[in-house]
Design a protein around this ligand. Structure first.
Ligand SMILES: Nc1ncnc2c1ncn2[C@@H]1O[C@H](COP(=O)(O)OP(=O)(O)OP(=O)(O)O)[C@@H](O)[C@H]1O
Length: 374
């Protein structure tokens, strides 16, 4: 694969996300698990409001249900809750659900928005009793604010600094009890003292196709889209285990069905639309396949160094590493070895290619997908 021209019908959304140099913004991918502000508005309408409406993640749901019910019976605020897991799996949704189940208001902010301890002090000192404070991307909060948060979470107290320099004094301010719900895609980056202040941590994992189909059935109903089970199953199978991607693909298939058909999301519409949007049967898009094709066709399956591979696909090494690789490694298409990237037997098979004789394509990843070699 080479660099793209702005005329290239990238993912069917012509020129959207295509940069001047013909490469594209990773976040413009239809299979990207992240989202931007516009999409978040659309997403808000599709969020389940209560635990009972939340498909998938049965373990986290049961654990959370217990924590909340116990707190309700004690007539106390629940322990602070940490939700960890990859983007788009429902951490924000669950934070909203916690507040709804407790029938308490929720204050929403994020780590990057809290750059100074004063930003956090202002929020904490205005919380109402029992309020839920949702801190998204909590691992990105400024260090000074983190220390203030320890104290607030443990003792419901904050030291407000008045004045500057040697004359500055700390005035302790009592806070009403509240619950922090923290969300992170990188729980390993949270300092231990902060992690320890959460009484409950829920780890969200990728969804199976059955749960994704249930999510899609609900979303189709909310979007007033007529859909068949096999149409939704087709979308679920290409959604990389991620509800955000599933909902986005549903909206694109709906568009296709409205323009080219009778508006019904069935298997044929899903297949045609997702072919147009360049998402194959296993959820790989053009960049993913480009990486695998380069590996197999140009480097005999590898191993090959990341930068050489990136040049071959006309992308930055960083894009290949952070955008394409995680899913390819997770699904066992690509293997990271100490000598570079290699295609697995599954990659050859998926591309309909035969590995050259005399080579043995690795079948098992040698690392854990995070670049650590086992
Ligand atoms: N279990 C679920 N059932 C139904 N919809 C879900 C579920 N999980 C996530 N979604 C939907 O997926 C979209 C993304 O979810 P959400 O914003 O909660 O993810 P997130 O984990 O907070 O992502 P990020 O890490 O990017 O903030 C929302 O539209 C939400 O409605």
């Amino acid at each position: 694969m080479t660099g793209r021209s702005p005329d290239d019908p990238f993912l069917g959304e012509r020129a959207e996300g295509v940069l001047d140099d013909g490469s594209y913004e990773a976040t413009a991918r239809v299979v990207d698990a992240g989202s931007d502000a516009d999409e978040r508005t659309v997403e808000a309408a599709l969020r389940p409001r209560r635990l009972a409406e939340f498909p998938g993640q049965p373990r986290v749901r049961d654990q959370l249900s217990l924590v909340l019910e116990a707190a309700r019976r004690r007539d106390a605020v629940p322990d602070h809750i940490l939700l960890s897991g990859p983007p788009g799996l429902g951490k924000t949704t669950l934070a909203m659900i916690v507040a709804a189940e407790l029938e308490r208001p929720i204050r929403v902010t994020s780590g990057p928005a809290i750059q100074h301890a004063g930003d956090l002090a202002a929020i904490l000192s205005s919380l109402a009793e029992g309020e839920v404070l949702f801190l998204d991307e909590i691992h990105r909060m400024a260090r000074a604010a983190e220390e203030m948060l320890y104290l607030a979470m443990e003792d419901f107290r904050v030291d407000v600094i008045v004045g500057k320099g040697p004359g500055a004094t700390a005035i302790p301010l009592e806070l009403p009890p509240f619950t922090v719900v923290g969300a992170t895609t990188r729980s390993g980056l949270l300092p231990a003292p902060l992690r320890d202040r959460f009484g409950f941590t829920g780890h969200l994992d990728y969804y199976n196709a059955v749960d994704l189909a249930a999510i899609l059935t609900r979303s189709a109903r909310l979007l007033a889209v007529e859909a068949t089970d096999d149409g939704l199953a087709e979308i679920a199978g290409r959604s990389r285990g991620t509800p955000r991607i599933a909902n986005r693909l549903l909206r694109r298939v709906r568009d296709y069905a409205q323009v080219h058909g009778q508006g019904v999301v069935d298997r044929a519409a899903a297949q045609a639309a997702l072919e147009l949007f360049d998402v194959d049967g296993l959820g790989l898009d053009r960049l993913d396949r480009g990486v695998l094709e380069a590996l197999c066709k140009r480097f005999g399956g590898g191993p090959v160094g990341l930068s050489t591979l990136a040049v071959a696909v006309g992308e930055e090494a960083d894009t290949v590493e952070t955008v394409a690789e995680p899913y390819l490694v997770r699904e066992g298409f690509l293997v990271r070895t100490p000598r570079g990237r290699a295609a697995s037997a599954l990659a050859w098979e998926h591309l309909g290619l035969t590995p050259p004789s005399g080579t043995s394509a690795p079948t098992l990843p040698l690392d854990d997908g995070e670049g650590r070699f086992g």
